[in-house]
Design a protein around this ligand. Sequence first.
Ligand SMILES: Nc1ncnc2c1ncn2[C@@H]1O[C@H](COP(=O)(O)OP(=O)(O)OP(=O)(O)O)[C@@H](O)[C@H]1O
Ligand SMILES: [Mg+2]
Length: 228
Amino acid sequence: MESLESQNMEVSQLMRFQEKKRLEAIMNERRRIALDLHDGTIATLSAIKIYFKSFEVYFSKLDHEKRQLYRKAMSLLGQTAEEIRLISHNLNDGTIQGFGLKKVLNDFIDKIQESYQIEIDFIMHDLVDTELSSKKEIAIYRIIQEGIHNVVKHANATNIRIKISIIGKNIVLKIIDNGVGFNPLKSISPGIGLKSMKSRTESLNGVLSITSRIEKGVTIIVKIPINI
Ligand SMILES: Nc1ncnc2c1ncn2[C@@H]1O[C@H](COP(=O)(O)OP(=O)(O)OP(=O)(O)O)[C@@H](O)[C@H]1O
Ligand SMILES: [Mg+2]
């Protein structure tokens, strides 16, 4: 007959397992809503903005009051997209804790590969997971997320290579695609993705570099000191 002690242990193991499953389900659901908002609703709002903008050719026919109304509507549209982006980011941030960056990134990469015709090679040094504060984990996750979104949106690439390693006293992250490339010095995009990658890196005393040539893809390298 099993002792009471070992029966209790099994019950508490089962409870821990059920709690883990429950948390996983909540996190998956949050991540799904966050991604739907980001890839669905924000993308649709951006399309509406582009259509709406095409009305500007009729501006000369409008009086001052109507132009003001148009500008107000445009600005509200922009604000709404930004609010949804924030909600989506907040929903997603909590997903890293408890799972580890590697798992969360692998899940994200799987989702991207399911939705787009792109091959993603992902290598992450096992040590990195244990060295990272949650602020660093979130920053790295966001940077890779935006990097991948940019590739699928702009690059027309067939392959992305992502590597996270520890070199000396730094975590080094590389995102390399084989797409159409762009001139980082000439980019006058109103987008916030690259800016936010840079500011996340700098908030952790890191440096971000982008090298790219037309038709030769883009390489993004982020170096973040470990002990911050
Ligand atoms: N991997 C890439 N390949 C080709 N072009 C890129 C790549 N990454 C960025 N770009 C170019 O740099 C511009 C700026 O990117 P950024 O992420 O800042 O803005 P966005 O993607 O246009 O908008 P947002 O990120 O705010 O949704 C893009 O519009 C695109 O022209
Ligand atoms: Mg972007």
